[in-house]
Design a protein around this ligand. Sequence first.
Ligand SMILES: NC(=O)c1ccc[n+]([C@@H]2O[C@H](COP(=O)([O-])OP(=O)(O)OC[C@H]3O[C@@H](n4cnc5c(N)ncnc54)[C@H](O)[C@@H]3O)[C@@H](O)[C@H]2O)c1
Length: 437
Amino acid sequence: MRISVIGCGYLGAVHAAAMAKLGHDVVGVDVDAAKVDALAHARAPFYEPGLPELLAESAATGRLRFTTDLSEVVGAQVHFICVGTPQKRGEFGADLKYVEAAFEGLLPHLGDGDVVVGKSTVPVGTAEDLAQRLADAGPGATLVWNPEFLREGFAVQDTLHPDRIVYGVPEGERGEKAKAILDEVYATPLDEGIPLVVTDFATAQLVKVAANAFLATKISFINAMAELCEATGADVTSLADAIGHDERIGRKFLNAGLGFGGGCLPKDIRAFMARAGELGADQALSFLREVDSINMRRRVRMVDLAREVCQGSIVGRSVAVLGAAFKPNSDDIRDSPALSVAAQMQLQGARVVVTDPQAIANAQEKWPDLTYAATAEEAAKEVDVVLLATEWAEYRELDPVELGTVVRTRTIVDGRNVLDPAAWRAAGWTYRALGRP
Ligand SMILES: NC(=O)c1ccc[n+]([C@@H]2O[C@H](COP(=O)([O-])OP(=O)(O)OC[C@H]3O[C@@H](n4cnc5c(N)ncnc54)[C@H](O)[C@@H]3O)[C@@H](O)[C@H]2O)c1
Protein backbone atom coordinates (compact mmCIF):
# COMPACT_ATOMS: atom_id res chain seq x y z
CA MET A 1 0.00 0.00 0.00
CA ARG A 2 1.24 3.55 -0.70
CA ILE A 3 1.42 5.59 2.45
CA SER A 4 2.41 9.12 3.39
CA VAL A 5 3.52 10.16 6.88
CA ILE A 6 3.27 13.87 7.59
CA GLY A 7 5.48 14.99 10.46
CA CYS A 8 8.63 12.90 10.98
CA GLY A 9 9.58 13.56 14.59
CA TYR A 10 9.85 11.00 17.40
CA LEU A 11 6.54 9.46 16.34
CA GLY A 12 6.44 9.96 12.57
CA ALA A 13 10.02 8.97 11.67
CA VAL A 14 9.65 5.64 13.43
CA HIS A 15 6.17 5.14 12.00
CA ALA A 16 7.33 5.82 8.44
CA ALA A 17 10.28 3.43 8.70
CA ALA A 18 8.13 0.77 10.38
CA MET A 19 5.45 1.01 7.69
CA ALA A 20 8.12 0.46 5.02
CA LYS A 21 9.41 -2.55 6.96
CA LEU A 22 5.86 -3.93 6.95
CA GLY A 23 6.01 -3.87 3.14
CA HIS A 24 4.37 -0.56 2.32
CA ASP A 25 5.67 2.11 -0.03
CA VAL A 26 6.19 5.16 2.19
CA VAL A 27 6.91 8.84 1.73
CA GLY A 28 7.68 10.81 4.89
CA VAL A 29 7.12 14.58 4.81
CA ASP A 30 8.44 17.14 7.25
CA VAL A 31 8.87 20.92 7.17
CA ASP A 32 12.26 20.58 8.86
CA ALA A 33 14.77 20.30 5.99
CA ALA A 34 17.64 19.15 8.24
CA LYS A 35 15.50 16.31 9.63
CA VAL A 36 14.43 15.28 6.14
CA ASP A 37 18.02 15.37 4.93
CA ALA A 38 19.15 13.09 7.77
CA LEU A 39 16.25 10.67 7.27
CA ALA A 40 16.75 10.65 3.50
CA HIS A 41 20.32 9.46 4.17
CA ALA A 42 18.97 6.80 6.56
CA ARG A 43 20.37 8.71 9.56
CA ALA A 44 18.21 9.04 12.66
CA PRO A 45 17.78 12.75 13.48
CA PHE A 46 17.36 11.87 17.19
CA TYR A 47 18.43 9.07 19.49
CA GLU A 48 16.08 6.11 19.47
CA PRO A 49 17.45 2.60 19.95
CA GLY A 50 16.97 0.45 16.84
CA LEU A 51 15.91 3.35 14.61
CA PRO A 52 19.20 3.62 12.65
CA GLU A 53 19.01 -0.09 11.83
CA LEU A 54 15.32 0.14 10.92
CA LEU A 55 15.94 3.17 8.69
CA ALA A 56 18.84 1.45 6.94
CA GLU A 57 16.86 -1.75 6.44
CA SER A 58 13.77 0.05 5.17
CA ALA A 59 15.74 2.44 2.94
CA ALA A 60 17.53 -0.51 1.34
CA THR A 61 14.18 -1.89 0.15
CA GLY A 62 13.67 1.28 -1.90
CA ARG A 63 10.24 1.65 -0.29
CA LEU A 64 11.08 4.57 2.01
CA ARG A 65 11.84 8.16 1.06
CA PHE A 66 11.60 11.54 2.75
CA THR A 67 10.83 14.99 1.40
CA THR A 68 9.86 18.52 2.43
CA ASP A 69 7.48 18.72 -0.53
CA LEU A 70 3.95 17.90 0.57
CA SER A 71 2.78 17.46 -3.02
CA GLU A 72 4.75 14.22 -3.11
CA VAL A 73 1.99 12.58 -1.08
CA VAL A 74 -0.05 12.41 -4.28
CA GLY A 75 -0.56 8.78 -5.18
CA ALA A 76 -0.52 7.58 -1.59
CA GLN A 77 -3.84 6.17 -0.44
CA VAL A 78 -3.28 6.48 3.31
CA HIS A 79 -1.96 9.67 4.92
CA PHE A 80 -0.83 9.59 8.55
CA ILE A 81 -0.79 12.92 10.38
CA CYS A 82 2.00 12.71 12.97
CA VAL A 83 2.81 16.37 13.69
CA GLY A 84 3.31 17.77 17.19
CA THR A 85 0.57 19.04 19.50
CA PRO A 86 2.53 20.93 22.18
CA GLN A 87 1.08 22.85 25.10
CA LYS A 88 -0.02 26.37 24.18
CA ARG A 89 2.24 29.04 25.59
CA GLY A 90 0.80 30.29 28.88
CA GLU A 91 -2.21 27.97 28.70
CA PHE A 92 -3.03 24.35 29.48
CA GLY A 93 -4.68 23.61 26.12
CA ALA A 94 -3.00 21.87 23.18
CA ASP A 95 -1.71 23.99 20.34
CA LEU A 96 -3.24 22.55 17.19
CA LYS A 97 -1.51 24.87 14.74
CA TYR A 98 0.70 22.09 13.32
CA VAL A 99 -2.25 19.74 12.88
CA GLU A 100 -4.14 22.56 11.17
CA ALA A 101 -1.26 23.34 8.82
CA ALA A 102 -0.68 19.68 7.96
CA PHE A 103 -4.39 19.06 7.34
CA GLU A 104 -4.92 22.20 5.26
CA GLY A 105 -1.74 21.49 3.31
CA LEU A 106 -2.82 17.94 2.64
CA LEU A 107 -6.38 18.74 1.44
CA PRO A 108 -5.52 19.78 -2.15
CA HIS A 109 -3.49 16.60 -2.64
CA LEU A 110 -6.18 14.12 -1.59
CA GLY A 111 -7.96 11.84 -4.01
CA ASP A 112 -11.19 9.89 -3.98
CA GLY A 113 -10.98 6.91 -1.61
CA ASP A 114 -7.94 8.22 0.28
CA VAL A 115 -7.84 7.75 4.04
CA VAL A 116 -6.46 10.47 6.32
CA VAL A 117 -5.30 8.92 9.58
CA GLY A 118 -4.85 11.15 12.61
CA LYS A 119 -2.12 9.86 14.93
CA SER A 120 -1.19 13.01 16.83
CA THR A 121 -2.60 13.27 20.35
CA VAL A 122 -5.43 15.79 20.13
CA PRO A 123 -8.22 17.17 22.31
CA VAL A 124 -11.42 15.17 21.89
CA GLY A 125 -13.56 16.85 19.23
CA THR A 126 -10.66 17.55 16.88
CA ALA A 127 -11.32 14.50 14.69
CA GLU A 128 -15.02 15.34 14.39
CA ASP A 129 -14.11 18.86 13.25
CA LEU A 130 -11.52 17.66 10.72
CA ALA A 131 -13.90 14.99 9.39
CA GLN A 132 -16.55 17.62 8.75
CA ARG A 133 -14.08 19.88 6.98
CA LEU A 134 -12.86 16.97 4.89
CA ALA A 135 -16.44 16.17 3.88
CA ASP A 136 -17.09 19.84 3.05
CA ALA A 137 -13.91 20.07 0.96
CA GLY A 138 -15.21 17.10 -1.02
CA PRO A 139 -12.19 15.15 -2.24
CA GLY A 140 -13.97 11.88 -1.35
CA ALA A 141 -11.43 11.01 1.36
CA THR A 142 -12.29 9.62 4.80
CA LEU A 143 -10.81 10.58 8.16
CA VAL A 144 -10.05 8.00 10.85
CA TRP A 145 -8.34 8.44 14.22
CA ASN A 146 -5.62 5.98 15.14
CA PRO A 147 -3.92 7.13 18.36
CA GLU A 148 -0.32 6.14 18.99
CA PHE A 149 0.98 4.70 22.26
CA LEU A 150 4.68 4.19 21.54
CA ARG A 151 7.18 4.81 24.31
CA GLU A 152 10.36 6.67 23.42
CA GLY A 153 13.25 4.30 24.01
CA PHE A 154 11.08 1.40 22.81
CA ALA A 155 9.50 3.14 19.83
CA VAL A 156 10.57 0.64 17.19
CA GLN A 157 9.32 -2.37 19.11
CA ASP A 158 6.12 -0.54 20.14
CA THR A 159 5.37 0.51 16.56
CA LEU A 160 5.97 -2.91 15.05
CA HIS A 161 4.37 -4.84 17.92
CA PRO A 162 2.00 -2.51 19.78
CA ASP A 163 0.00 -3.63 22.83
CA ARG A 164 -3.19 -2.73 20.94
CA ILE A 165 -4.34 -0.87 17.87
CA VAL A 166 -7.25 1.57 18.10
CA TYR A 167 -9.28 2.95 15.18
CA GLY A 168 -11.85 5.67 15.57
CA VAL A 169 -13.97 5.46 12.42
CA PRO A 170 -17.12 7.17 11.15
CA GLU A 171 -20.35 5.19 11.08
CA GLY A 172 -21.61 3.40 7.97
CA GLU A 173 -20.09 2.22 4.74
CA ARG A 174 -17.45 4.96 4.69
CA GLY A 175 -16.18 3.81 8.08
CA GLU A 176 -16.20 0.14 7.02
CA LYS A 177 -14.17 0.91 3.91
CA ALA A 178 -11.66 2.94 5.90
CA LYS A 179 -11.39 0.14 8.47
CA ALA A 180 -10.66 -2.37 5.71
CA ILE A 181 -7.86 -0.15 4.40
CA LEU A 182 -6.34 0.25 7.87
CA ASP A 183 -6.60 -3.53 8.36
CA GLU A 184 -4.44 -3.85 5.26
CA VAL A 185 -1.93 -1.31 6.59
CA TYR A 186 -1.68 -3.19 9.88
CA ALA A 187 -2.07 -6.69 8.42
CA THR A 188 1.21 -7.95 9.92
CA PRO A 189 0.61 -6.89 13.54
CA LEU A 190 -3.06 -7.90 13.31
CA ASP A 191 -1.99 -11.36 12.08
CA GLU A 192 0.20 -11.58 15.20
CA GLY A 193 -3.01 -11.36 17.21
CA ILE A 194 -2.49 -7.84 18.50
CA PRO A 195 -5.84 -6.67 19.92
CA LEU A 196 -7.80 -4.26 17.77
CA VAL A 197 -10.37 -1.86 19.20
CA VAL A 198 -12.64 -0.27 16.61
CA THR A 199 -14.67 2.57 18.00
CA ASP A 200 -16.02 6.07 17.38
CA PHE A 201 -13.96 9.24 17.04
CA ALA A 202 -14.58 10.52 20.57
CA THR A 203 -13.56 7.26 22.23
CA ALA A 204 -10.45 6.85 20.07
CA GLN A 205 -9.24 10.33 20.98
CA LEU A 206 -10.08 9.82 24.66
CA VAL A 207 -8.30 6.43 24.83
CA LYS A 208 -4.94 8.07 24.32
CA VAL A 209 -5.31 10.82 26.91
CA ALA A 210 -7.06 8.49 29.35
CA ALA A 211 -4.09 6.11 29.15
CA ASN A 212 -1.63 8.93 29.79
CA ALA A 213 -3.77 10.35 32.60
CA PHE A 214 -3.79 6.93 34.25
CA LEU A 215 -0.02 6.51 33.95
CA ALA A 216 0.63 10.02 35.26
CA THR A 217 -1.71 9.35 38.17
CA LYS A 218 0.07 6.11 39.04
CA ILE A 219 3.44 7.87 39.12
CA SER A 220 2.11 10.75 41.16
CA PHE A 221 0.36 8.35 43.52
CA ILE A 222 3.65 6.70 44.48
CA ASN A 223 5.32 10.10 44.66
CA ALA A 224 2.60 11.26 47.07
CA MET A 225 3.40 8.14 49.12
CA ALA A 226 7.06 9.19 48.95
CA GLU A 227 6.10 12.50 50.57
CA LEU A 228 4.45 10.56 53.39
CA CYS A 229 7.45 8.28 53.67
CA GLU A 230 9.65 11.34 54.02
CA ALA A 231 7.36 12.62 56.79
CA THR A 232 7.42 9.31 58.68
CA GLY A 233 10.81 7.74 57.99
CA ALA A 234 9.28 4.96 55.90
CA ASP A 235 10.83 3.59 52.71
CA VAL A 236 8.80 4.16 49.54
CA THR A 237 10.67 1.50 47.54
CA SER A 238 9.67 -1.24 50.02
CA LEU A 239 6.17 0.18 50.09
CA ALA A 240 6.00 0.03 46.27
CA ASP A 241 7.33 -3.54 46.24
CA ALA A 242 4.76 -4.57 48.82
CA ILE A 243 1.71 -2.99 47.19
CA GLY A 244 3.00 -3.92 43.73
CA HIS A 245 2.71 -7.63 44.58
CA ASP A 246 -1.04 -7.13 44.48
CA GLU A 247 -1.96 -8.03 40.89
CA ARG A 248 -4.70 -5.42 40.92
CA ILE A 249 -2.07 -2.75 41.54
CA GLY A 250 1.06 -4.09 39.80
CA ARG A 251 4.64 -2.89 40.30
CA LYS A 252 5.09 -1.09 36.97
CA PHE A 253 5.05 2.72 37.04
CA LEU A 254 5.39 2.64 40.83
CA ASN A 255 8.97 3.91 40.95
CA ALA A 256 9.02 6.93 43.21
CA GLY A 257 11.47 9.65 42.28
CA LEU A 258 11.80 12.85 40.36
CA GLY A 259 8.57 12.29 38.49
CA PHE A 260 7.51 12.38 34.88
CA GLY A 261 8.36 14.78 32.07
CA GLY A 262 8.78 14.59 28.32
CA GLY A 263 6.75 15.68 25.34
CA CYS A 264 3.63 13.69 26.25
CA LEU A 265 2.48 13.10 29.84
CA PRO A 266 2.71 16.68 31.21
CA LYS A 267 1.16 18.41 28.19
CA ASP A 268 -1.40 15.65 27.64
CA ILE A 269 -2.85 15.79 31.15
CA ARG A 270 -2.98 19.58 30.98
CA ALA A 271 -4.67 19.57 27.57
CA PHE A 272 -7.09 16.94 28.90
CA MET A 273 -8.03 19.20 31.82
CA ALA A 274 -8.43 22.18 29.49
CA ARG A 275 -10.69 20.23 27.15
CA ALA A 276 -12.75 18.84 30.02
CA GLY A 277 -13.29 22.44 31.14
CA GLU A 278 -14.53 23.43 27.68
CA LEU A 279 -16.91 20.48 27.77
CA GLY A 280 -18.30 21.47 31.19
CA ALA A 281 -16.76 18.34 32.74
CA ASP A 282 -13.85 19.97 34.55
CA GLN A 283 -14.75 18.37 37.90
CA ALA A 284 -14.15 14.93 36.41
CA LEU A 285 -10.50 15.76 35.92
CA SER A 286 -9.79 18.11 38.80
CA PHE A 287 -7.69 15.31 40.34
CA LEU A 288 -5.23 15.72 37.46
CA ARG A 289 -4.36 19.16 38.77
CA GLU A 290 -3.13 17.46 41.94
CA VAL A 291 -1.34 14.80 39.88
CA ASP A 292 0.50 17.62 38.11
CA SER A 293 1.25 19.44 41.39
CA ILE A 294 2.64 16.32 43.08
CA ASN A 295 4.83 15.77 40.04
CA MET A 296 6.19 19.32 40.00
CA ARG A 297 6.77 19.27 43.79
CA ARG A 298 9.27 16.42 43.35
CA ARG A 299 11.57 18.72 41.42
CA VAL A 300 11.46 21.26 44.23
CA ARG A 301 12.04 18.50 46.79
CA MET A 302 15.11 17.31 44.89
CA VAL A 303 16.64 20.79 45.07
CA ASP A 304 15.71 21.02 48.77
CA LEU A 305 17.34 17.67 49.45
CA ALA A 306 20.49 18.82 47.67
CA ARG A 307 20.48 21.94 49.84
CA GLU A 308 20.00 19.80 52.94
CA VAL A 309 23.01 17.62 52.18
CA CYS A 310 25.03 20.79 51.49
CA GLN A 311 24.41 21.96 55.08
CA GLY A 312 21.67 24.40 54.20
CA SER A 313 23.11 26.29 51.23
CA ILE A 314 23.93 25.45 47.64
CA VAL A 315 25.39 28.88 46.87
CA GLY A 316 28.84 28.36 45.39
CA ARG A 317 28.60 24.58 45.72
CA SER A 318 29.62 22.37 42.82
CA VAL A 319 26.97 19.95 41.67
CA ALA A 320 27.02 17.17 39.08
CA VAL A 321 23.65 16.34 37.54
CA LEU A 322 23.60 12.89 35.96
CA GLY A 323 21.03 12.98 33.19
CA ALA A 324 19.49 15.60 30.95
CA ALA A 325 16.97 13.53 28.96
CA PHE A 326 13.50 13.23 30.46
CA LYS A 327 14.02 9.50 30.65
CA PRO A 328 16.74 6.98 29.79
CA ASN A 329 17.26 5.66 26.24
CA SER A 330 16.11 8.93 24.73
CA ASP A 331 17.66 12.29 23.83
CA ASP A 332 14.32 14.03 24.33
CA ILE A 333 14.66 16.91 26.79
CA ARG A 334 11.13 18.29 26.53
CA ASP A 335 9.99 19.18 30.06
CA SER A 336 12.87 17.18 31.48
CA PRO A 337 12.82 16.94 35.30
CA ALA A 338 16.62 16.56 35.25
CA LEU A 339 17.18 19.85 33.42
CA SER A 340 14.53 21.57 35.47
CA VAL A 341 16.45 20.62 38.65
CA ALA A 342 19.80 21.57 37.09
CA ALA A 343 18.50 24.99 36.05
CA GLN A 344 16.91 25.65 39.46
CA MET A 345 20.16 24.72 41.23
CA GLN A 346 22.12 27.05 38.96
CA LEU A 347 19.62 29.88 39.48
CA GLN A 348 20.00 29.42 43.21
CA GLY A 349 23.75 29.89 43.02
CA ALA A 350 25.19 26.41 42.56
CA ARG A 351 27.85 25.62 39.97
CA VAL A 352 26.17 22.90 37.95
CA VAL A 353 27.70 20.45 35.50
CA VAL A 354 25.26 18.28 33.56
CA THR A 355 26.04 15.07 31.75
CA ASP A 356 23.98 12.68 29.67
CA PRO A 357 24.88 9.83 27.31
CA GLN A 358 22.74 11.15 24.45
CA ALA A 359 20.99 14.42 25.23
CA ILE A 360 23.82 16.93 25.71
CA ALA A 361 23.46 18.48 22.23
CA ASN A 362 19.72 19.05 22.72
CA ALA A 363 20.25 20.32 26.26
CA GLN A 364 22.98 22.72 25.18
CA GLU A 365 20.70 24.23 22.60
CA LYS A 366 17.84 24.77 25.05
CA TRP A 367 19.90 25.55 28.18
CA PRO A 368 23.14 27.12 26.87
CA ASP A 369 23.99 28.62 30.27
CA LEU A 370 24.50 25.26 31.94
CA THR A 371 27.92 23.57 31.85
CA TYR A 372 28.17 20.13 30.27
CA ALA A 373 30.54 17.20 30.58
CA ALA A 374 30.78 14.09 28.44
CA THR A 375 30.82 11.51 31.24
CA ALA A 376 29.67 11.05 34.81
CA GLU A 377 33.29 10.93 35.99
CA GLU A 378 34.08 14.23 34.28
CA ALA A 379 30.93 15.90 35.58
CA ALA A 380 31.62 14.69 39.11
CA LYS A 381 35.21 15.93 39.27
CA GLU A 382 35.69 17.87 42.53
CA VAL A 383 31.96 18.32 43.14
CA ASP A 384 30.28 18.69 46.51
CA VAL A 385 27.24 16.64 45.56
CA VAL A 386 26.15 14.29 42.77
CA LEU A 387 22.49 14.21 41.74
CA LEU A 388 21.20 11.20 39.81
CA ALA A 389 18.34 12.65 37.79
CA THR A 390 17.77 10.26 34.83
CA GLU A 391 18.11 6.53 35.37
CA TRP A 392 20.39 5.62 32.45
CA ALA A 393 21.83 2.11 32.87
CA GLU A 394 25.36 3.51 33.03
CA TYR A 395 24.43 5.66 36.03
CA ARG A 396 22.67 2.79 37.79
CA GLU A 397 25.86 0.77 37.32
CA LEU A 398 28.29 3.44 38.54
CA ASP A 399 30.95 2.11 40.86
CA PRO A 400 30.73 4.09 44.12
CA VAL A 401 34.37 3.38 44.92
CA GLU A 402 35.64 4.69 41.58
CA LEU A 403 33.34 7.72 41.53
CA GLY A 404 34.39 8.38 45.11
CA THR A 405 37.94 9.04 43.94
CA VAL A 406 36.95 12.02 41.72
CA VAL A 407 34.46 13.97 43.85
CA ARG A 408 35.36 16.47 46.57
CA THR A 409 32.65 15.20 48.92
CA ARG A 410 31.06 11.77 48.74
CA THR A 411 27.45 12.85 48.74
CA ILE A 412 24.84 11.57 46.33
CA VAL A 413 21.13 12.26 45.96
CA ASP A 414 19.42 9.45 44.08
CA GLY A 415 16.48 11.08 42.34
CA ARG A 416 15.33 7.83 40.80
CA ASN A 417 15.78 5.31 43.62
CA VAL A 418 17.93 3.07 41.45
CA LEU A 419 21.17 2.84 43.41
CA ASP A 420 21.93 0.38 46.17
CA PRO A 421 22.11 2.53 49.32
CA ALA A 422 24.14 -0.10 51.20
CA ALA A 423 26.83 -0.26 48.51
CA TRP A 424 27.16 3.53 48.31
CA ARG A 425 27.22 3.97 52.07
CA ALA A 426 29.79 1.17 52.37
CA ALA A 427 31.98 3.13 49.94
CA GLY A 428 31.84 6.12 52.28
CA TRP A 429 29.08 8.08 50.60
CA THR A 430 26.30 10.04 52.22
CA TYR A 431 23.37 8.56 50.28
CA ARG A 432 20.01 10.32 50.20
CA ALA A 433 16.99 9.57 48.02
CA LEU A 434 13.45 10.77 47.50
CA GLY A 435 11.02 8.94 49.77
CA ARG A 436 13.58 6.91 51.71
CA PRO A 437 15.41 7.40 54.97
N1 LIG B 1 6.93 11.09 21.15
C1 LIG B 1 6.15 10.14 21.65
O1 LIG B 1 6.58 9.28 22.43
C2 LIG B 1 4.69 10.09 21.28
C3 LIG B 1 3.94 8.94 21.61
C4 LIG B 1 2.58 8.91 21.27
C5 LIG B 1 1.99 10.02 20.71
N2 LIG B 1 2.73 11.12 20.44
C6 LIG B 1 2.06 12.27 19.81
O2 LIG B 1 2.52 12.35 18.48
C7 LIG B 1 2.57 13.70 18.04
C8 LIG B 1 3.96 14.01 17.54
O3 LIG B 1 4.85 13.90 18.62
P1 LIG B 1 6.43 13.84 18.42
O4 LIG B 1 7.01 13.49 19.75
O5 LIG B 1 6.76 13.01 17.25
O6 LIG B 1 6.73 15.38 18.08
P2 LIG B 1 7.99 15.99 17.32
O7 LIG B 1 8.02 17.43 17.66
O8 LIG B 1 9.19 15.14 17.58
O9 LIG B 1 7.63 15.80 15.77
C9 LIG B 1 6.70 16.56 15.09
C10 LIG B 1 7.25 16.78 13.67
O10 LIG B 1 6.25 17.39 12.88
C11 LIG B 1 6.90 18.29 12.00
N3 LIG B 1 5.91 19.22 11.45
C12 LIG B 1 5.32 20.29 12.05
N4 LIG B 1 4.46 20.86 11.21
C13 LIG B 1 4.49 20.16 10.07
C14 LIG B 1 3.78 20.25 8.84
N5 LIG B 1 2.87 21.19 8.63
N6 LIG B 1 4.05 19.36 7.86
C15 LIG B 1 4.99 18.40 8.07
N7 LIG B 1 5.66 18.25 9.21
C16 LIG B 1 5.41 19.11 10.20
C17 LIG B 1 7.99 18.89 12.83
O11 LIG B 1 9.00 19.49 12.06
C18 LIG B 1 8.46 17.68 13.62
O12 LIG B 1 9.52 17.02 12.97
C19 LIG B 1 2.14 14.53 19.24
O13 LIG B 1 0.77 14.79 19.16
C20 LIG B 1 2.42 13.61 20.41
O14 LIG B 1 1.63 13.91 21.53
C21 LIG B 1 4.07 11.18 20.68
